[in-house]
Design a protein around this ligand. Structure first.
Ligand SMILES: Cc1cc2nc3c(=O)[nH]c(=O)nc-3n(C[C@H](O)[C@H](O)[C@H](O)COP(=O)(O)OP(=O)(O)OC[C@H]3O[C@@H](n4cnc5c(N)ncnc54)[C@H](O)[C@@H]3O)c2cc1C
Length: 406
């Protein structure tokens, strides 16, 4: 560490914390990012589907995604951003709701077309079973990104501007008062954590006495909590509720020799299954609504594919008959009651950005730019006002509801 005191310490170096480090460093704030595992073995930023879209139902979510998309376009090659659009199929129940929001999305300058079932088939001939499609939207500026490249891009750029990253650090006490620097007590691992120890720590909250480590005291003008699905554990140290809960989400890679979806971006079926081309394969996910909260990382493998993915894809596309399971994994969504992120000032000198509910990659740039403005200037930049996402909304009943597809 180059300093005894930092302007800001960021807790959590996933895609959101790394984006925030870049935005803070661009504002010339000295920034230290700490993470228990910088390689992100359990981090959601390493386990997502790479979807980027701005077709949300709330202006603030659209605005943060639009800002991110504009940035991803500017570094598209470096972060693997492929602007191939989102094709979203709706059934009779959800189609009127989708149509209600198309005008809002257009008014916020996010282009979106509406399609009939026949037009869907004309555009994607593989979709040949049209039963149950009441309508569809296609948003051409949305697409897919390589979230690992994106995170590395944020880290490299922030490092070049002076930000520092410290690995193997787990925070277990915080003192934050209005009139003094924030103080952090952390445990710093003496050697890289094994998979088993990391899993135990992250599933059970804390280092315990499992590995050798030493005490590390840190001091900063402010701290920013970007601990993803573990943010609750950090907020608890300040007696603050997190309002979010971790929920397992599974995704799998499948082989289907008969098809190649490389020309398309993300496709979301009426059944909730979503998929896109992934190298020579297809990446497909589905989020069962009954999934219980908890730090669960078990991947159900072939069973997940057979029960959740294959029947839905084959019901929509006859070409998927001989599709087979290759591999897959499970990661965590951090889900809030209204399914929008929590961004803002949580307490004096304590800032937060978490609870992205399946939107952290696509909002990371916009959310970070907004929060860095709040930290540096005490107010959001005019073009990126995220005040609707403050934690106060839960007490004041000003929920920022997003409904479809989490
Ligand atoms: C299957 C799946 C599909 C998804 N698909 C998409 C998608 O298509 N598009 C999209 O935008 N989003 C998607 N998401 C969601 C997205 O991955 C997350 O919203 C995003 O990665 C959250 O980033 P983060 O930086 O907030 O959290 P994380 O990436 O989880 O990072 C948090 C970091 O904090 C560290 N940490 C936590 N607690 C502590 C502590 N006490 N001390 C030190 N370090 C700590 C962790 O080690 C971790 O590295 C998906 C998620 C999953 C699981």
């Amino acid at each position: 560490m180059a300093r005894e005191r930092y302007d800001v310490i960021v807790v959590g170096a996933g895609v959101v914390g790394s984006a925030l480090a870049m935005a803070l460093a661009e504002r010339r704030l000295s920034t230290l990012v700490i993470d228990v595992d910088l390689s992100g073995r359990l981090s959601s930023s390493e386990k997502n589907a790479g979807g980027v879209r701005a077709t949300w139902w709330q202006p603030v979510n659209i605005a943060l995604c639009r800002a991110s998309i504009a940035y991803y376009q500017s570094v598209a090659r470096e972060v693997g951003f492929r602007q191939k659009g989102y094709l979203w199929l709706y059934d009779a129940e959800t189609w009127p709701k989708a149509l209600d929001h198309v005008e809002l999305q257009r008014s916020l300058k996010h282009p979106i077309e509406t399609l009939s079932a026949r037009e869907v088939h004309a555009r994607v001939p593989e979709i040949d079973r049209l039963e149950g499609i009441a309508g569809a939207t296609f948003s051409p500026e949305d697409g897919l990104i390589n979230s690992n490249l994106l995170k590395n891009h944020y880290r490299e750029r922030s490092r070049a501007l002076g930000a520092e990253y410290l690995d193997g650090v787990y925070i277990y006490a915080i003192r934050a008062e209005r009139d003094a620097d924030a103080r952090l007590e952390c445990w710093h691992a003496d050697r890289p954590l094994s998979d088993a120890v990391l899993m135990r720590m992250m599933a059970q909250d804390g280092p315990g006495d499992a590995e050798t480590g030493h005490l590390l005291n840190l001091r900063a003008g402010a701290i920013a909590i970007t601990g993803g699905a573990w943010s609750a554990n950090v907020l608890k140290l300040l007696d603050l509720p997190s309002f979010s809960e971790p929920i397992r989400r599974q995704i799998c890679v499948v082989d289907n020799r008969e098809t190649n979806f490389a020309a398309y971006g993300m496709i979301v079926d009426t059944s909730g299954v979503y998929f896109h081309n992934e190298g020579p394969h297809i990446l497909a996910g589905y989020s069962p609504p009954e999934e219980p909260p908890g730090y669960h990382f078990q991947y159900d493998g072939e069973q997940f594919f057979q029960n959740e993915i294959w029947p839905r894809m084959y019901a929509r596309m006859s070409c998927c008959e001989r599709m087979r399971h290759v591999t897959g994994w499970a990661g965590l969504y951090s889900v809030t009651p209204d399914r929008s992120a929590i961004i803002g000032c949580a307490a004096p000198r304590v800032y937060e950005a978490h609870g992205f509910s399946g939107r952290g990659v696509m909002q990371s740039y916009g959310a970070a730019k907004a929060l860095a403005g709040l930290i540096a200037d005490g107010r959001y930049p005019e073009s990126l006002d995220a005040s609707a996402l403050s934690r106060e909304r839960f007490a004041d009943d000003r929920l920022v509801r997003e409904e479809l597809h989490i």
